[in-house]
Design a protein around this ligand. Structure first.
Ligand SMILES: CCCCCCCCCC/C=C/CC(=O)SCCNC(=O)CCNC(=O)[C@H](O)C(C)(C)COP(=O)(O)OP(=O)(O)OC[C@H]1O[C@@H](n2cnc3c(N)ncnc32)[C@H](O)[C@@H]1OP(=O)(O)O
Length: 301
């Protein structure tokens, strides 16, 4: 651990912030990338939005160190950014990626699921549902530029996008590892898996809690392309161009036709789903399993 301004900052987080230094260099590269003078980045503390109005595309970067775990704050900020982009006619597509090195998102923030009150669990789950419904049904083209590990809830974020590009690095594993923690993916995560990789592959991956390395993720259809790490964002933008060549109204109606039945299963039973989650996560056995897993993670660090 390093001490910074009275805060305990994990050394790994400081290392990762090397990626943010690249952000400074990026400012210079923005013009080359189409972000000309007068085009401002916006967003919030944990979600950075880099707009390219000329292209109609915004790059949305998760920047919640150390691992972009989906805290209540990150969920809320992401929903707000997506809502803003969805309602702004300038934008037709988003690329969702991570501003951190080596991690796309560690999935649900386990500290939100341990030792909290039932009211907190309910608030947290509602925020997760909200994010999933918004991203899954967004009229924008969504391309995930997966530049790091993406377990469990991180995988769900990727599956909610229209297209996925994964970095070809052994650390860039992706998949539904919930059962390995002794917990169960919600039915809407299961539905997303089935819709993406088919029933048999989803059943195996969900039961075994498989984290797929890049080549396997591509083979099973969990991601659409695997490319060298430094080409993830450019490949995502090239894919975006192909999707944007299709008229919005036709693509959006088709997306809705494909996805609405899945989303409706949750939308119609949101409160029951919240109550299932609260009673599941409040069980002593689940609390113990989560605590043990979190402690192991911390010891590993
Ligand atoms: C029958 C009815 C059913 C009803 C429905 C029930 C539904 C139940 C919920 C089911 C849904 C669950 C979805 C999830 O997303 S669960 C979360 C799963 N996530 C993981 O398993 C990832 C764990 N993390 C890692 O594997 C690694 O951290 C990493 C992402 C590969 C990165 O590795 P790296 O070596 O770079 O970093 P460290 O491991 O050293 O971690 C750095 C610090 O970050 C802390 N950390 C990591 N992950 C999380 C997390 N998910 N939440 C909170 N904190 C996390 C880690 O402890 C380190 O902390 P430290 O610096 O304090 O030591």
């Amino acid at each position: 651990m390093a001490l910074m301004a009275g805060l305990r900052v994990p050394a790994r987080a400081l290392l990762r912030s090397g990626c943010w230094l690249r952000g400074a260099a990026l400012a210079g590269a923005e013009a080359a990338a189409g972000l000309g003078a007068g085009v401002r980045r916006f967003g919030s503390q944990r979600v950075l939005v880099e707009p390219d109005p000329a292209a109609g595309v915004a790059v949305v970067k998760l920047k919640s160190p150390p691992v972009n775990s989906l805290s209540l704050e990150l969920l809320t900020e992401l929903v707000i950014s997506l809502e803003k982009l969805d309602n702004d006619k300038t934008f037709r597509g988003i690329v969702l990626t991570s501003d951190l090195c080596g991690v796309f998102s560690a999935g649900l923030d386990l500290t939100e699921l341990c030792g909290r009150s039932p009211a907190h669990y309910a608030e947290y789950w509602r925020a997760l549902q909200e994010l999933w419904l918004r991203l899954y049904l967004s009229g924008l083209v969504s391309v995930a530029a997966v530049n790091g590990a993406s377990p469990a809830g991180g995988c769900l974020l990727c599956l909610s996008c229209d297209y996925r590009v994964l970095a070809d690095s052994p650390s860039c594993v992706i998949g539904p590892n919930e059962t390995r923690l002794g917990i169960v993916a919600p039915f809407w995560f299961k539905d997303c898996m089935v819709n993406t990789v088919g029933h048999r592959a989803a059943e195996q991956a969900l039961q075994l809690g498989t984290l797929f390395p890049p080549a396997e993720a591509l083979r099973v259809g969990l991601v659409d392309q695997v490319v060298p790490e430094d080409q993830v964002q450019s490949t995502a933008l090239a894919a975006m161009a192909r999707w944007l060549a299709i008229p919005d109204h036709a693509r959006q109606l088709t997306k809705s036709m494909m996805r609405k039945p899945t989303a409706d299963r949750l939308a119609k039973h949101r409160e029951a789903d919240v109550q299932s989650f609260v009673s599941f996560v409040s069980r002593d056995s689940i609390q113990k399993a989560l605590q043990t897993y979190l402690e192991k993670l911390k010891q590993k660090g």
